[in-house]
Design a binder for this molecule. Structure first.
Ligand code: PLP
Length: 442
């Protein structure tokens, strides 16, 4: 039975309880393009609003198309519940705002997607929530940063540009000593890494990337691992232990396990408070688009990862490549983390330093014929970007180096095309990057 299957290929197609549409027996998941749902009677409506019964109320909060996606992603991550939202950014925002209020703080890894840095450093600050950054090269930095107002730890499984796998077990162990949950952004490593198995309490995804996989849809989600006791230290987690006056005085840490029989307080609070109040739901059309991607994501991840391995091999031998950045190429303990935390591949992201600095990096990007030059990762197509002249162009040379972006650094997201074609495109562009430009010749 698919429900018991632990295999991602099967879960992606059959996970959750969707077998066919209950009304029409349609096998493909339908798009339930509706805002609202007919209540059976006034008692039914009242019970749904009071959470005495679970069911559809309004599409800002839940939708049957989204529900199929949520159950499958929860199963893929070994989690208990999932809430979809309109983007990966919304997922990161919800993850923090679900545990922190004004006056609180959280500790985040310094290795982060730039959009998340903006959210944490600027926007959450304006809301009164303080981020404290910790360098993950020493997990103890997380412990050093906490105080009595620290509500969670946050990090990415496979952050670029450095592509150093995050020490999940080490940091989650520290967190659990203090009743602080670890929230992991697993956008860059779905299927091949399951942070909940390594101590994380919550996983967030930008579904826009490898799970959607076709560069067509923006979406995000939060997966509740069901493995964190939100009531163990009421002072540490006030949003789960103090009465919520917006919901009749509910104490989320207590009431959700009583009502559902499951430890999914984080997911339920995100849905019934944050989707209710902040909005940002994933539209059912977009949920459907992501389901199409999800159904083949495990197969695509295999091809992404095996292509990336071949690309790394090729790049290491090319004379115009100064350095290749890939998770397994890091020396010592950081490189060993891929063995500890990943299975079935080491990811599709590859960094290269092209010999000759900014000019060579630019030339290389411009010479690519098959790779797309875009600010995205995780598309089925191969993608490339030169951060020094695009995403990071406002930074000073010192800031660039601190972010791990050297002048010639190019980020590649290796697609699922035939590896020979990917390598052929890289080869001709690298050869071109080493040639003097016409301007220099004249
Ligand atoms: N997290 C990571 C690691 C990302 O790379 C991105 C986007 O690039 C996001 C979150 C934000 O996702 P979205 O673009 O779906 O809002």
């Amino acid at each position: 039975m698919s429900k018991q299957s632990k295999n991602p290929e099967t879960i992606a197609l059959h996970g959750g309880d969707y077998r066919s549409d209950p009304a029409t027996t349609a096998v493909a998941v339908p798009i339930y393009r509706t805002t609202s749902y007919q209540f059976n009677n006034t008692g039914h409506a009242a019970n749904l609003f009071a959470l005495k019964e679970f069911g559809n109320i309004y599409t800002r909060i839940m939708n049957p198309t989204n529900d199929v996606l949520e159950k499958r992603v929860a199963a893929l991550e070994n989690g208990l519940a999932c809430v979809t939202v309109g983007s990966g950014q919304a997922a990161s925002t919800f993850a923090i705002v679900n545990v922190c209020q004004a006056g609180d703080n959280f500790v985040s890894s310094t290795d982060l997607y730039g959009g998340t840095v903006n959210l944490f450093t600027h926007t959450l600050k304006k809301l009164g929530i303080e981020v404290r950054y910790a360098d993950p090269s020493d997990p103890k930095n997380f412990e050093k940063a906490i105080d009595e107002k620290t509500r969670c730890f946050y990090a990415e499984t496979l952050p670029n540009p450095a592509l150093r796998v995050f020490p999940m077990k080490e940091v989650s162990d520290i967190g659990r000593k203090h009743n602080i949950p670890l929230i992991m952004d697993n956008t860059a490593a779905p299927i091949i890494c399951k942070p909940l198995d390594h101590g994380a309490a919550v996983v967030v995804h930008s579904l826009t990337k490898f799970i959607g996989g076709h560069g067509t849809v923006i979406g995000g989600c939060l997966v509740d691992g069901g493995n964190f006791d939100w009531t163990a230290d009421p002072k540490r987690q006030p949003l789960f232990n103090e009465p919520d006056m917006s919901y009749g005085g509910a104490k989320w840490g207590e009431v959700v396990p009583q009502l559902t029989g499951a430890n999914v307080s984080f997911a339920v609070r995100a849905r019934v408070c944050l989707l209710r109040d902040l909005g940002a739901p994933l539209s059912p059309d977009n949920a459907w688009g992501i389901i199409q991607g999800l159904e083949t994501a495990p197969l695509r991840m295999q091809q992404h990862c095996s292509n990336a391995t071949k690309v790394v091999d090729f790049l290491q031998k090319h004379k115009n490549v100064e350095r290749v950045i890939y998770p397994t190429l890091h020396k010592g303990e950081i490189g060993d983390r891929t063995k500890k935390y990943f299975s079935g591949g080491n990811g599709a992201l590859v960094g290269i330093e092209v010999k000759g600095g900014v000019e060579a990096g630019k030339k290389f990007i411009e010479a690519l014929k098959m790779f797309y030059h875009v600010a995205n990762i995780g598309d089925a197509r191969s993608l490339a970007i030169h951060p020094a002249t695009t995403t990071h162009s406002q930074l000073t040379p010192e800031e660039l180096l601190a972010a791990g972006v050297t002048p010639g650094y190019v980020r590649l997201s290796i697609g699922i095309e035939h590896p020979d074609d990917i390598i052929a495109d890289l080869k001709q562009a690298l050869d071109a990057s080493g040639k003097p430009s016409l301007k220099a010749v004249s």
